[in-house]
Design a protein around this ligand. Structure first.
Ligand code: CU
Length: 507
């Protein structure tokens, strides 16, 4: 929600003078360090938040505290529910309604550059947390935008180029939950019956300190921990009552894929994913959750007895090439968390047959339906790429990365698994897309089939897992905003190594 004068102001300071004044002459103008360091007095926020990335310590394991990096913040203006820590955790949750205006003062208290990306939100380029806006230690970036997303479970995390993986790994992530009228009408379980579980794997040394990517191999395959934390807690147990719950899951791991199933063999009832509620609930024997993907479950515990325990597990699968030790490799089996029924509650509940309305894009409406843009994530010889290119310059776009505002396009991601058989979770900034089709190379069928029944290609998505040898077609529309946005692999080590590119939306 920048007005024209404000844009001009930002462009002016981004172009030069203020950078020199701030002592940042060493940075090229396009880096725009400190570009939005002041609030716009004409912008009237409904919610205003102070949010700092800062070093801290948390008692995660018995014994020594773990040094972490955390988002800490406070609410300056708005409903107290708009900014809270998830109860009993250090995980920040921003809760807003679609249409609300937000101002977020981001302060970088780390010893390195950072910037915050609002994952899944549809925002002007300047507000998206592009790495060109990374601010130096001690600097501030003021975000001002109007929420323009349907109800859903979005999230936020740092996005400075080359450092995203480590900053997320050390603890910088939060949930961004949007509600709207359509979602309220579905009357899903709310308040204490609306749970959030953020899944992250971590590796600790003998002194309880986090260990991160020690060598090229751990970066190439994506860094894997040997311990799963839920909302930052090991050995997580969720107490529940004998009633129905809405459960939001975010895979906040750097590179781990989860194949989630209840240990009693019941199917999972899925009501939503990346871009909010599905049209109607669907059942899956298991759910495949790749890095940065979200899924919302509806779980009814009313036929359980007090004292019952149910374990959510990650089942074994064929991950292609994953070189972790047997206990930590992608595809190894482990318990994720336990649910414990600890009280009786006679509370009426019903799973709505219809959850939301989703209008499907049609392939024939895509301006390039006869010739989809194709992007190939590839890796080999210590290098990762998209169509043979890596992210090198902040503002670089190739000819096939320029799209026109207000057009629908079909993009195809073709996983070239010739060198390394790895699945890549591809994320596109600025929009929610629809998955049109997947085509698998029969040579890699065993890998695809070990996860395929858990894909949730329904509804709106902003991350799609592209399996080895697979070609996935997406339909996406570029509306409202022009400028540079990113698309990249959400294995954060791949992203940091350059499996990331800009695309440009042009008027
Ligand atoms: Cu990747």
């Amino acid at each position: 929600m920048l007005n024209v004068d404000r844009r001009k102001f930002i462009q002016t300071i981004a172009a030069g003078g203020a950078l020199l004044a701030a002592g940042k002459s060493a940075f090229p103008a396009e880096m725009a360090h400190g570009a939005a360091s002041e609030a716009n007095p004409d912008f009237k926020p409904d919610v205003e938040i102070e949010l700092a990335a800062t070093p801290g310590e948390l008692p995660l394991l018995p014994g020594a505290s773990t040094r972490v990096w955390q988002f800490k913040g406070s609410l300056i203006k708005g409903d107290p529910a708009a900014f809270q820590m998830l109860p009993g955790t250090a995980l920040p949750v921003i809760r807003v309604r679609n249409g609300q205006k937000l101002r977020i003062h981001f302060a970088n208290h780390l010893n390195e550059d950072s910037i915050v990306h609002w994952h899944g939100l549809h925002l002007p380029h300047q507000m998206d947390g592009h790495p060109m806006y990374a601010i130096r230690p001690g600097q501030r970036f003021v975000y001002e935008f109007q929420v323009d997303n349907r109800a859903g479970t979005y999230w936020f995390h740092p996005h400075p180029h080359g450092r995203t993986g480590e900053q997320v790994y050390r603890g910088l992530a939060g949930l961004f939950i949007v509600s709207d009228d359509e979602e309220q009408a579905a009357a899903l379980p709310s308040g204490e019956f609306d749970l959030a579980w953020v899944l992250q794997d971590r590796l600790f040394d003998h002194n309880n300190q986090l260990v991160y990517a020690r060598n090229m191999m751990e970066r190439m395959q994506g860094f894997l921990g040997d311990r799963v934390l839920i909302n930052g807690k090991p050995d997580f147990v969720q107490p529940v009552a004998t009633t129905a719950y809405r459960i939001r899951l975010l895979n906040g791991s750097n590179s781990r894929i989860y194949k989630l199933a209840w240990d009693d063999g019941r199917p999972l009832t899925v009501i939503g994913n990346d871009g909010g509620l599905l049209e109607r609930p669907v059942k899956r024997p298991y759910v495949t959750l790749a890095p940065a993907e979200r899924v919302e479950l509806w779980m009814n515990f009313s036929d359980r007895s007090v004292g019952d325990q149910i374990t959510l597990r990650s089942l074994p699968f064929n991950a292609g090439m994953s070189m972790g030790g047997a206990a930590t490799a992608n595809g190894s089996a482990f318990p994720v968390l336990r649910v414990r029924v600890d009280r009786k509650l006679a509370k009426p509940h019903a799973l709505p047959a219809r959850l939301s309305h989703i209008s499907r894009y049609r392939l024939e409406d895509a301006v390039n339906h006869r010739s989809p843009r194709t992007f190939s994530p590839a890796m080999g010889m210590g290098r990762v790429s998209l169509n043979g290119r890596t992210f090198e310059k902040m503002d670089e776009v190739a000819d096939n990365e320029i799209v026109k505002l207000n057009t629908l396009e079909v993009w195809e991601f073709a996983n070239d698994a010739s060198m390394m058989m790895m699945a890549h979770p591809i994320h596109v900034h600025n929009l929610q897309f629809q998955v049109l089709e997947r085509r698998a190379d029969p040579r890699f069928a065993a890998i695809r089939d070990s996860l395929g029944a858990g894909f949730l290609d329904e509804g709106w998505k902003d991350v799609v897992l592209v399996m080895p040898g697979e070609r996935v077609k997406l339909l996406m529309k570029f509306t409202d905003h022009t400028g540079l946005y990113l698309y990249h692999c959400h294995i954060l080590e791949h992203e940091d190594m350059g499996m990331m590119r800009n695309y440009l939306v042009r008027a």
